[in-house]
Design a binder for this molecule. Structure first.
Ligand SMILES: [Zn+2]
Length: 177
């Protein structure tokens, strides 16, 4: 760190102390060029990541919202809360790695979709139907098709997509609406 007095960037930390509240670290530094000492404070970045919503408004990033969306999508599904917590952690990590100020809600939504798609077909469709705001039933069926093909391949194993179709009372070949 650049010396407060001689501006040379060559110092050593003489001692470090965490503040009482644990939110900052006070460091006593000694400039190896001029020998003077000064203090720096290190604290967590206080500008939280913000989420840009579809209408352009912003709100602080909140992992609890992702979790509650997941919980809703996975209601009565064989998915543990631990699994969902892990997904939220993964998503949060990915977001913080890629963005430092703002992230769009649609980016977060697409991450959630990716995870749910692998995890549970019913939860995926539930989430997608809310998040994607399908314009009509055919769009919705397009979203279901890949899942149904997957289920057919598995044959007698409990086709994951089947409950989704049942749940939403959609007949892929019929005039569902
Ligand atoms: Zn100095």
């Amino acid at each position: 760190m650049q010396c407060l007095f001689c501006k040379v960037d060559n110092d050593k930390v003489v001692n470090s102390r965490t503040s009482v509240d644990g939110l900052s670290i006070k460091r006593r530094r000694e400039c190896l060029s001029c020998g003077r000492r000064y203090t720096t404070y290190e604290r967590i970045e206080e500008n939280p990541l913000r989420v840009v919503k579809k209408d352009g408004t912003r709100e602080p990033f909140d992992r609890k919202k992702i979790l509650s969306g997941l919980l809703k999508a996975c209601e009565k599904r064989p998915v543990s809360t631990d699994t969902l917590e892990n997904i939220v952690n993964e998503i949060e990590r990915e977001i913080y790695n890629k963005f430092d100020r703002e992230v769009t809600s649609s980016f977060i939504g697409s991450l959630v979709m990716q995870k749910l798609r692998i995890l549970d077909a019913v939860a995926y469709v539930r989430f997608a139907s809310v998040y994607r705001e399908f314009k009509d039933i055919s769009e919705f069926i397009d979203e279901l098709k890949p899942l149904m093909t997957g289920a057919k391949k598995k044959k007698k194993t409990m086709g994951a997509a089947t409950p989704a179709v049942y749940l939403f009372n959609i007949r892929p070949e019929g005039n569902g609406a």
